[in-house]
Design a binder for this molecule. Structure first.
Ligand SMILES: [Zn+2]
Length: 416
């Protein structure tokens, strides 16, 4: 999201030293069937989620995150789960505790009503946006259930990669682009962390990138034809560039939704699907999130720098911006603080997590060498492809890419 060489050491072998934290529920598979009202503002139907207990202990319950309720508890209604006082959380008690390794499913009836605000889950004229609207499974990791709040800025989201099959039934007068690829009227998305869609009488275009990725645009009347073309060209260029740098984009297509006005952001990333303000779209930044957040996941509440600093740095790589001298010398607060901290210190969030975080990565590149940095990012992405990376994972990968002890570097660059 954005607000307004060959190595001497073999890094792969060292990844083995970083044990994957068992996150659960694992291997989620969502089956969803929703029907809209005439305007596409309200959707209701059934959501079924199958999952495996990938933890070491019996699992008596699971939690759904209703992030669409961040601005009021009426937007996302569920039947079949108990909504908690923080109405972005709903609890489902399983009929019998799920044993480690066993698989089961839950089902809820959901009604989603886009709030009357120009937001990622909201409305703008005849257009409705369903970002972070569909309930998704919360994650249980080595710290327990992560039921962190939405702090009002950035993202607090945290999911494991999942498969989605979503049928969105709607009147002929609106178009409904979404995450995934349409097959027989069902949007199919594999190994993604979320599922977003929009509804309305969008103007649309389609091109293929030189590497074969389909890029579609979906514009509201507030966006000019030229602005659509500009955003599309930038996305095509960034997708192919990042594919070469970090690993080929795996989803086959990318949808760009362009609108002239949002209230709280200028771009927001979803798997294979991006919301952009136009014409000032931070297109390259949001495309970079397809890798940092999407393909290589992270706990966005605990470690926002792992997606935002990386997306910002990747944008500089694409643009050839070296940001020499950008590091301020020292910082009183670590870049690696969580969203709880940034929510309470909102003015520092952008400078620290995006700007200084990216600058730290530029300095890391200067410390270990440009070719080594490129190899590090490619290797790190490959090691955590469709997984969830932690700060320790990145620090271990970076250390494996250089003979220099990076301890002093992390300390001098506000990495806790
Ligand atoms: Zn971002």
């Amino acid at each position: 999201m954005l607000r307004v060489l060959s190595l001497l050491l073999a890094p792969v072998s060292l990844f083995a030293a970083t044990a994957e934290v068992p996150r659960a529920p694992g291997v989620p598979s969502y089956q969803v069937e929703l029907a809209s009202n005439a305007a596409g503002t309200t959707w209701s139907g059934r959501e079924t989620v199958a999952f495996t207990n990938t933890s070491a202990d019996p699992m008596p319950e699971v939690y759904l995150r209703l992030w669409g309720n961040s601005h009021g508890c009426e937007a996302v209604q569920v039947v079949g789960a108990t909504t908690l006082p923080d109405c972005t959380v709903a609890k489902v008690v399983l009929p019998k505790a799920l044993e480690p390794g066993d698989r089961t499913s839950i089902a809820v009836d959901v009604t989603l009503t886009a709030p009357d605000r120009e937001d990622r889950f909201g409305r703008s004229g005849a257009y409705s946006f369903f970002g972070n609207a569909l309930p998704v499974l919360a994650v249980h990791d080595d710290t327990g259930w992560r039921l962190d709040p939405d702090v009002g800025i950035g993202e607090s989201f945290y999911t494991v990669a999942a498969d989605f099959a979503v049928r969105l039934k709607h009147p002929d007068g609106i178009t409904v682009p979404s995450t995934g690829t349409m097959t027989d009227g069902v949007a199919i998305a594999k190994q993604v962390r979320d599922f977003a869609w929009v509804a309305g009488p969008f103007r649309t275009t389609e091109v293929k990138s030189p590497s074969g990725i389909t890029v579609r645009t979906w514009a509201t009347p507030t966006v000019s034809v030229d602005a659509v073309g500009g955003a599309r060209a930038e996305a095509v260029s960034a997708l192919d560039d990042f594919g070469r740098r970090f690993g080929t984009y795996p989803y086959g297509e990318l949808d760009l939704v362009l609108n002239g006005r949002w209230t709280s952001f200028s771009g927001m990333e979803y798997p294979g699907f991006v919301l952009l303000i136009s014409p000032q779209s931070p297109v390259t930044h949001e495309v970079a999130h397809q890798w940092w957040y999407g393909i290589v996941g992270n706990n966005e509440y605990a470690d926002p720098w792992l997606d935002e600093a990386f997306a910002t740095y990747s944008t500089d790589l694409h643009d050839g911006a070296q940001q020499a001298g950008c590091w301020p010398g020292s910082l009183p607060v670590a870049i690696t603080r969580d969203m709880g901290y940034w929510g309470a210190h909102q003015k520092s969030y952008g400078p620290y997590v995006y700007t200084y975080g990216s600058c730290m990565l530029h300095d890391l590149e200067r410390e270990i060498g440009t070719a080594q940095m490129a190899e590090l990012l490619a290797t790190y992405a490959k090691a955590h492809w469709y997984g969830v990376a932690t700060p320790a994972d990145f620090k271990t990968a970076a250390q494996a890419a250089t003979m220099t002890d990076l301890g002093p570097f992390w300390k001098s660059h506000a990495i806790g």
